[in-house]
Design a protein around this ligand. Sequence first.
Ligand code: SAJ
Length: 420
Amino acid sequence: MKFNTLSVVGLGYIGLPTAAVFASRKMKVIGVDVSEKAVNTINRGEIHIVEPDLDLVVHAAVTEGYLHATLKPEPADAFIMAVPTPFKENYEADLSYIEKASKAIAPVLKKGNLVILESTSPVGATESMAKWLQEARPDLTFPQTHGDKSDIRIAHCPERVLPGHVLRELVENDRVIGGMSAACSEAAIALYKTVVKGECVVTNARTAEMAKLTENSFRDVNIAFANELSVICDKLDINVWELIALANRHPRVNILQPGAGVGGHCIAVDPWFIVASAPEQARLIRTAREVNDDKPEWVLEKVREKLDEWHKANPNLGRADARVAILGVAFKPDIDDLRESPALGIAEKISDMGCKTVLVEPNIDELPEKLAKANVSLVEIERALKADVVCILVKHTPFIKMKDELASHESVLDAVGLLA
Ligand code: SAJ
C-alpha cells in the first residue's frame, strides 16, 4: 500500500510535528487548521508552538515544498486527525472538534482513503468518527458496516509523545494500531512504517483508545501516590524525597515524584475520560485525580504558614510588606507551556494574598495577563532570593544550579524537592 499524500488535520502540539516528520521523509503533506494565523505562520516556514528543533524541520519541509498548510481540506490518500479533546464541565469528553473535523474532511474523501484518529479519546470515539463520516458520505462504504471490504479504512492510533522530546519519540516509540478491521490496521501500519522505527502493535480501536487513557492514568495514580505520601510525611516530620529514594531501592518499587500538582493537557485530563465512561467502577482513578487536584491547595496552605512565621518575626509589618518570590510557573520542568499549570494557579492565588510578589520563570519573556495585571513582576533569580519567602514550584534546571544559594535562604517552601 502506497501513500503519496497525507493530510494532517489540526496543526497543534501533535499535528504539526507529525506533519513535519512525514514531510521530512519526502511525503507530500497537507496540513489543515482552523486558525488562519497558524496556517500563515507555517506557510512562511515558521512555527507557532514551542518544541525543540521543530522550527528547523518545518522550515525545511515548507521550503522544499513537501508541507503546506490550508484552512480548507484537500483530497489526500490518508488523513490523520490530531484535534483537541478537552473535557466538559461534567468531565465528559468534548468530541465536538473531532465531529467538526470529520465533517470538514468528508466532502474530499475518496475510495481507498485511510482516516486515522490520533487525538486522545474516550472509548467509542473512533466509532463515532466513523459514524459522522458515514452520515456525510452515504456513497462510500465504511468498516462498521463493510469490515475488511470497506472503501474507507479507519483506525485509532493514539499519540504518545512527551512534550520536549516529540520529534525523537514520534519516530522511536512503539505505536498502538487500533484498526476498525484487519484491513484498516494493515493500512495504518503501512502509513506509520514510513516514519516509525518502533514496533506497530495491532489491536482494535476500543482497546487502543483505552490503552492511551490507561498509560496516562497509570502515571496519574503513581504521582497521586507520591503526592499523598508528601502530605503524610509532612505530618509525620519525614523527608518524603529521602523516603521515596529509599523505597525505590527495592527492585520492584518505582514511585514517581511529589510536586505542586499535576498539570498539562494530558495526564490531568485523560483519566477523567475513564471515570466518565465507568463512574462506579473507576474509584481509584477518580481518587487519584482528586488527590492531585487538591495538591496546589495544600501547597498554598504551606505558603500561608510561612507567611504567618514571617509575620510573627516582624509583628510591626503588615501582609502588604511581605515579599514573596515564586520560582517557576510552567506545568513541568524546562518547558514554556503554562497550560493547566498548577504552579500558575498557585502563583495567581499568592498574588491575590496582597503580598509584594515577584516571579522567576526562565522559559518565558512575558507574564500571563492575570499576573501582570496583579502587579507581579518577572525577575531574575538573584532578585528573588532577596524575598522574605521563596516558593519553589517547578524544578527548572537553572534553579537546580542555584541550589546552594536557595538552601541558605531562611524561608523556603520547596514543593518539588529541589533542596532534598
Ligand atoms: N509530574 C509529577 N511528578 C512526576 C512526574 C510528573 O508531579 O514524577 C507532573 C509534572 O510536573 C506535570 C504532570 O505531572 O505537571 C504531567 O507531566 P508528565 O511529564 O508526566 O507528562 P506530559 O503531560 O508532559 O505527557 C504525558 C506522557 N504520558 C506518559 O508518560 C504516560 C506522554 O507520553 C503522553 O504522550 C502525553 O502525556 C499525552 O499527550 O498524552
